[in-house]
Write a protein that binds this ligand. Structure first.
Ligand code: KG4
Ligand code: ZN
Length: 341
């Protein structure tokens, strides 16, 4: 089964072709192409993503990516069995650009079109790992698992009894983890997108310099799996207003507080649910401090740890092909909007 997938939920335009084998219960994936065109330079002057600009850029970039795909694999469209497109959650005008393009392509190729959920894309992106053959062969031993999805719009902690069964354990009550990184970056006068910039600056700072709060962590054993990052963001704001700290220390101490909360809650949830593996995904999963801490904590408890490598952390269409193949739910094209898991 060859799936052509399209992702335009935010500020990356992406087109991918993924081969799926082995049915829904034991799928294996092979990426034939995963083209991503980033709009960072377009949105940077505005300090964040401008939805209508994103739509315009997606409309411009999708035909360019399709041409690029055909330049390298001239006959690839002849072998496509299914087209998948992100229908949510995401920015409405941006999503529509992808949906309209997918509809057009589906008609042109005479192939079926299905909707896919962006968060399921992140969730299942670990199935795309290159080293994954061995891991996927042993997949049964990964479940039950817990999954932490940390992106610009969401912070979700899920329990996965199996690949396609899941239960929501917790989510953010206010800002998403990535959003907190982006807002703190703005306070530190770092360019958009803030997450990678804060991480870069944090490398030069002392993570124990400032005792920022660990929101919703409390004392004693963790029993609440929800998150809240807006208080931490405000604490950074007041700290910058009232003190003359080294900015790198602020970045490092802020990042440490976020990582602390994410790791402690995820590991507590994993232990409570008897998880055999911890799955980390979403844009913030690119953060090396978070990856290292969560990996070490999971392994200490004898659990496997998976986080996507490189480009698979950022929004990309290969993960959307996987979501379309694996998802236990049907997402209708017409139901586009801020669909949640
Ligand atoms: O998943 P994603 O690419 O888009 C959404 O679905 O939201 O996530 C983007 C978010 C942004 O908030 C960005 O600042 C954050 O992920 N991010 C990071 C890092 N790289 C991206 N946050 C912390 N450290 C990073 N290295
Ligand atoms: Zn995303």
């Amino acid at each position: 089964m060859r799936i052509l997938a399209i992702e335009t939920s935010c500020d990356e335009t992406s087109l991918a072709v993924v081969e799926a084998e082995g049915g829904k219960s034991r799928p294996r994936f092979h990426i034939l192409a995963n083209l991503v065109s980033s709009q960072i330079a377009v949105h940077r002057p505005f300090g964040g993503v401008v939805p209508n600009l994103a739509k315009r850029e997606h409309e411009k970039n999708l035909p360019i990516l399709l041409k690029k795909l055909l330049d390298s694999r001239f006959h690839i469209l002849d072998s496509i069995d299914l087209i998948a497109v992100t229908v949510g959650p995401g920015l409405e005008p941006a999503l529509w650009a992808g949906i309209e393009f997918a509809k057009w392509l589906s008609k042109k190729l005479g192939k079926p079109l299905v909707g896919a959920n962006h968060l399921e894309g992140h969730l299942y992106s670990f199935l795309l790992q290159r080293k994954g053959k061995r891991q996927i062969a042993n997949r049964k031993s990964l479940f039950p698992a817990v999954a932490l999805i940390v992106s610009g719009g969401h912070t979700l902690l899920l329990s996965l009894p199996s690949l396609t069964k899941r239960k929501r354990l917790g989510e953010t009550r206010d800002d998403a983890a990535g959003e907190a990184f982006d807002k703190v970056a703005r306070m530190l006068e770092l360019p958009y997108p803030g997450g990678p910039e804060v991480e870069k600056l944090a490398r030069k700072g002392n993570k124990s310099a400032i005792p920022f709060p660990r929101p919703m962590l409390g004392h004693g054993p963790v029993t609440n799996y929800n998150f809240s990052f807006s208080g931490l963001k405000t604490a950074v704001l007041y700290r910058l207003r009232d003190h003359r700290d080294n900015k790198a220390d602020v970045a490092a101490s802020f990042q440490e507080a976020v990582v602390d909360v994410l790791v402690k809650k995820t590991i507590a949830a994993a232990m409570r649910t008897g998880a055999r593996a911890v799955l980390l995904s979403g844009g913030v999963a690119a953060n090396k401090a978070l990856r290292a801490r969560l990996r070490a904590a999971a392994q200490k408890e004898g659990m496997a740890f998976f986080a996507p490598e490189g480009i698979l952390n950022t929004d990309n269409a290969a993960m959307i092909a996987v979501a379309a193949h694996v998802s236990p739910k049907k997402y209708h094209i017409a139901a586009q909007g801020n669909l949640l898991l």
